[in-house]
Design a binder for this molecule. Structure first.
Ligand code: OKP
Ligand code: ZN
Length: 343
């Protein structure tokens, strides 16, 4: 299968995230996509192609105009107003009972459009984020034009980003952009399977009231894990979308392949029942036992089986990279999923 990747994605390279009482370099770094790119090239999985250029329309199909304008302007405003070249990062949020209005001040805007301190903005962030979304759109076009599957080597990831909010290393929701693009190009019912260790709260929120896009996610139980306020099994969709959102929260320390595989099979069964005609996989590899920020116990060999299980859905499939922070094993783990799918 083909991979879509651009070195422009590495332009997003911020200096810090705030987590566990510390300000530190983000786990989500350009080294991640570089490692996956190198593994794919070395293994000759298939051609690696540059993303095409796209207008903003397919991004604006799932994100608000004001939010996208904010993402484009934030760095410039930050430098102008704060007089610093350190990363733009929020510190104050419009929580319960506060005014939900975008302020004039850039630090206010950062809080207004963020839900955590894990999505800093640097000089190259917008270009990197745009290139990552374009990778998703290009991979989607490969599937629209008849490929059985394609791999968008997206980075930064996207599944925590909502219609008008960033967080968790995510700015533009690449998987949502891909799913909507499939909908706008002839596919009637699209399923999104999110296998990242963290719940894809952004993707869930974007499609929560829609009957034409099924969102299915397997992740660490939000009672105990980030993003803490989304990902419960009782979140099943609303309005037209009632029943079209399925969450599988799993226990942190004990989830190995034996437990995971049965859940994955159930998830695929639900995608078949939904009668999807295309699939987007939010492919996070932070379910790996060696991941530094996550607590599932999947092994490298298990990812081949994960790929095979996904192939059993027998759907045109766009793989979109999400998380995975054990950088020295990330390429191998990704390859196993893609190869397991192709076998
Ligand atoms: C992004 B993706 C826990 C901090 C969590 C953010 C994690 C974002 C994960 N102490 N930090 O879903 O892989
Ligand atoms: Zn994750």
């Amino acid at each position: 299968m083909k991979t879509v990747y651009s070195a422009d994605q590495e332009l997003h390279d911020v200096r810090l995230e705030v987590t566990s009482g510390d300000a530190r370099p983000p786990y989500e770094s350009p080294a991640r996509s570089r490692a996956v790119f190198n593994s794919i090239r070395a293994a000759a999985l298939g051609d690696v192609v540059e993303p095409d250029k796209f207008p903003l329309e397919p991004i604006l199909a799932v994100h608000s105009q004001a939010y996208v304008e904010f993402l484009q302007r934030a760095w410039g405003l930050w430098v102008e107003e704060c007089g610093t070249e350190l990363d733009a990062i929020p510190y104050c949020f419009p929580h319960r009972g506060l005014r939900q209005v975008e302020p004039r001040n850039i630090e206010g805007k950062l809080g207004y459009y963020s839900f955590d301190l894990s999505a800093a903005i640097g000089e190259g962030t917008w270009r990197g984020v745009r290139a990552s979304a374009n990778a998703a759109l290009t991979a989607t076009n490969l599937v629209i034009t008849g490929e059985q599957a394609a791999f968008a080597l997206c980075r930064p990831p996207g599944h925590h980003a909502g219609r008008d909010i960033m967080g968790g290393y995510c700015y533009i929701n690449n998987a949502a952009v891909a799913a909507q693009s499939l909908r706008d190009n002839g596919f009637e019912r699209v399923a999104i399977l999110d296998v990242d260790y963290h719940h894809g709260n952004g993707t869930q929120s974007i499609f929560y009231d829609r009957a034409d896009v099924l969102f299915v996610s397997i992740h660490g139980d939000p009672e105990d894990e980030y993003p803490h306020f989304s990902g419960y099994a009782c979140e099943t969709g609303e309005g037209q979308g009632a029943g079209c959102n399925i969450n599988y929260p799993l226990p942190l320390g004990t989830t190995d392949w034996e437990c995971y595989s049965g859940v994955l099979e159930d998830a695929i069964g639900n995608i078949s029942t939904f009668a999807a005609d295309a699939l987007v996989v939010s492919l996070g590899l932070d379910t790996f036992a060696g991941d530094p920020i996550a607590r599932f116990k999947l092994q490298t060999k298990d990812y081949s089986q994960m790929g095979a299980a996904i192939a059993a859905a027998e759907l045109p499939t766009v793989f979109v990279l999400e998380g995975g922070y054990a950088i020295d094993r990330l390429g191998e783990n990704v390859l196993n999923v893609l190869r397991g799918f192709e076998l």
